[in-house]
Every structure is written in C-alpha cells, then in structure tokens.
Design a protein around this ligand. Structure first.
Ligand code: PHE
Length: 460
C-alpha cells in the first residue's frame, strides 16, 4: 500500500473541515428549516446544540481520526475495539444516504448558475423551480453534480480538496453579507428579523409525562418537535455522524490543538448559517410569503425571484449560485471521501476507480429523490430523525465510555491545556451531551412514527 497522504498544512486541514461543514446545510437547509420549525426558538436550540453537543462530538471524531490515522471503519479496529467498527459502518451508511439527495440539490444549484446567465428563472422562479427540480432534468443535473464530485475526489486530497476550498470561505462571507444588507433595505422585511432573532421564551418548553403502556413516556411542548430538527440540523451542518470529520482528522500529521480547530469550525459554520438566515428569512417576509411554506424551495424561489428585481440581477445571481455550488461541492467531496478512504485503505484499488464506482452507486440511490421531491423530503427526514442522532450517539458512547482516558490523552496532545479541561470534556461527553443526543433520537423516532409532522410556525 502506498504511503497515506496528509494535509500539507494545519490551515489546509481547517479549511477543508470548514469546507466540509459549510454547504447546503447552512445556505439551503438551515434557513428553510428555521422558517418551518419555529423561527427564533429553532435558532436558540440550534446554537445550543452546535456548541453544547456538536463541539464535543466533533472533538470525539477528531480524536478517533487523528489517533488512528485510518478511515472511519478501520479506525476503531486500530484503536483496539474491533466490534466498534459497527459505529463506523453506521456513519458510513449515513453519509452514503445523505450524499444521494445532497447531490440532487447540488444539481439544482448547478442549474441555477446557468439559469442566472440566461435569466431563465427571472420570469417566474416558482414555475422554473418546479420544472428543473424533478423528473428527467433533475436526474441529469444530479448526474453532472455527482460526476464533478467524483472528479475532484479522484485527484486525491491535497490537489483536489485543499485547493478547491481555499477560495470558498472568503467569497461566501462577502456575498452573504452583501445580500443580507440588501435584504435589510427591502420594505416588508422587518418582521422577518423578529421572527428569526427574537425568541419567544415561552416556546422553550418540554413536558414529560408517563403512561401505563408502551411507549411509557410522552413528550409535549414546542421543544418536543423542535429538538429533533434543530439538533440534527447542527449535526448535518457540522458534518458530524457521517465519518467525515473522522476521515479528515485521520490525515492530520502532527500535534495541533484539536480544541482550537474545532472552535474555529463551529464558529464559522454558525456564522454562515445565520448570515444565510439573514438573507432568506427577511426576503420571505418582504415577499409576503408564509415563512414555513417555502420548504425545500425557499432558496430557489424566494432568493432567486428577488434577483429579478435588482440591478445587475443576473450577475449577482450568477455569483451567488456559483458560491453556493462551490460550498456544496466541498461538502459533497468530504462525504464521498469517507467511503473512498475506506476502500483505498483496505483494498488494492485506485482512488479514481473507487471514486467512480461509488459515485455511480450513490447516483442510483439518489434517483428517487431526483425524480420526485417528496422522496427527497423522505430521505432527508429519515436522516434527521434516525441516522444522524443514532450515529452521533454511537461515537459519543465510544469515546466517552469505551475509549475514555485514552481519548482524553489524545485530545490534550498539542493543546497546552491541563488535565482539568480534558476531564471536563470527558465528563460532559459521558453525561449531558450523551443524554442530549439520546433525547434527540427518542423525540425523532416519536415524530417519525407519530404521523405527519406539522410545521410549527407560531404567530408573530
Ligand atoms: N455539512 C455539510 C453541509 O452543511 C453537509 C455534509 C454533511 C458534508 C456531512 C459532509 C458530511 O452542507
């Protein structure tokens, strides 16, 4: 086996991890899920989850990856816990599952880059979205997006991924800030800020009751329905529970503060989500749309139709969707990298071969989502309410209760922190963080099996 690649620099690793984290999760999903599931209340739960659960969970993945220097499945074996490869497999499957529909949405973005040049969506963005988001056009776009991802991954980590992500973060920040300022000037956008930023604390309620029969416990209050979406949104957005951060950390060669790296990543990622919210949500209000009604089309209908009304709309639209495309690509490559890395580490196969073969398999899995957005929603729901919390739970149980002290030693390497900080991390991973994810999983399963979920849009 050839020598394993590593990141050229520490900044290279951070950029790639930020590139993985920042993607459609921030720009497409976060605004529309926030609008759908309670506005500012969702934002509060999301932020608590990102810093309170996401950060410690990310550290867990980093520790597993850096200590083992192996892909997400073999990592557990090298650490001496062969049976725990199951946790790696769950993560790998979750990533596979998510990439299948992620690529479909990536295809829509690709189409909008072209549509901005020709002005195709300027007449009626809603109708345009309807035409390109399903059926054969969507299948074709899904194929093109997946081909791009395969192409980048085939070149290997340094040439492909490191270079592709370098430009993205600064450009995304600039364009989102500019759009947010512009949205602020629009008449009618005002109530959007209240909806997004001023939480109604009475909504932060979770009640627990018991019953005499299965499932013995019942949950009520707005949080019962917000938690599964908001916490899983944090996992999705931070690329957790899919082996991505384990895999990326496995290419780290040397001591660096994993703690510092992960804080940088979580802060950046949250910032970009909030900025996207500051663009999309005020726009929805300015256009008089019901905040929860936009659904998966919010970005592609509201933001796109807004471009039709501004000077140089085509140029702005083109740059905007191009940046979203780069963000989507840098995330998608990290998902494919998880599976490719496993194959390359374990079998005598070349990177391009595996990338192409797996890319084709993921393309096929994504066909239902490309054909009909109802399937896409179903894939997405299952990822949020089952796969993501289950997978993160596995990682936390492993690092907290199985790997334990050894995980702390690895975490402290390169930080300059004393053992106190490590002990605190271990304690939270074992208790509150773990319970938080368990609660998310239980509530997710209840929502999943408890019938259709009503979008929560409290009155303003
Ligand atoms: N975090 C990415 C996003 O927000 C999606 C992603 C998930 C990427 C998992 C890699 C792994 O778009």
């Amino acid at each position: 086996m050839s020598e394993r690649e590593t990141w050229a620099t520490r900044a290279g690793f951070i950029l790639a991890a930020v590139g993985s984290a920042v993607g459609l999760g921030n720009i497409w999903q976060f605004p529309f899920k926030t609008a759908q599931y309670g506005g500012a209340t969702f934002l509060v739960v999301y932020l608590v989850a990102a810093f309170g659960i996401g950060l410690p969970a990310m550290l867990s993945e980093f520790v597993i990856g850096r200590k083992s220097n192996l892909n997400t499945i073999s990592a557990f074996e090298r650490l001496g816990y062969r049976q725990w490869r199951a946790a790696g497999i769950v993560g790998l499957l979750t990533g596979f599952w998510i990439l299948s529909y992620y690529s479909v949405v990536g295809g829509w973005v690709l189409r909008y880059v072209g549509g901005s040049v020709t002005g195709a969506y300027f007449g009626d963005a809603g109708a345009y979205f309807g035409t390109i988001s399903a059926g054969l056009p969507a299948v074709a776009l899904h194929a093109v997006f997946m081909a791009l991802v395969v192409g980048i991954v085939a070149f290997g980590i340094e040439d492909g991924i490191e270079k592709a992500t370098k430009l993205m973060v600064p450009s995304i920040l600039v364009i989102l800030v500019a759009l947010a300022v512009w949205a602020f000037t629009l008449p009618g956008s005002g109530p959007g800020y209240a909806y997004f930023l001023s939480p109604d604390l009475s909504q932060l309620r979770l009640t627990v009751g018991t019953t005499g029969s299965f499932p013995w416990v019942t949950f009520g209050g707005p949080l019962a329905e917000i938690i599964p979406f908001a916490v899983s949104q944090a996992f999705f957005s931070l690329s957790l529970g899919m082996g991505a951060m384990i895999t990326y950390a496995s290419y780290i060669d040397g001591d660096e503060s994993l703690f510092g790296d992960s804080v940088t990543i979580v802060v950046f990622n949250s910032l970009i989500g909030i900025l996207a919210g500051l663009v999309v949500i005020p726009l929805l209000f300015a256009q008089g749309a019901e905040p929860g009604a936009g659904g998966a089309g919010a970005l592609f209908v509201s933001v796109a139709s807004a471009f039709a009304t501004i000077p140089f709309g085509r140029v702005v639209g083109f740059v905007f969707f191009l940046v979203v495309l780069v963000a989507a690509l840098s995330s998608a490559i990290s998902l494919l990298e998880v599976v490719v890395s496993y194959a390359v580490d374990n079998y005598a196969v070349s990177r391009p071969q595996v990338a192409a073969g797996l890319g084709a398999a993921i393309f096929v899995l994504g066909l239902p989502s490309a054909w009909d957005t109802a399937w896409l929603t179903w894939f997405d729901t299952l990822a949020y309410q089952l796969f993501l919390p289950l997978s993160v739970l596995g990682i936390l149980v492993f690092t907290g209760w199985v790997f334990g002290r050894a995980a702390v030693d690895e975490l402290l390497r390169g930080t300059g922190f004393g053992g106190g900080m490590g002990a605190l991390w271990l304690w939270t991973v074992r208790t509150v963080v773990l319970l938080g994810v368990l609660l998310t999983l239980v509530l997710g399963l209840i929502t999943l099996f408890g019938g259709p979920d009503p979008a929560i849009v409290p009155p303003l």
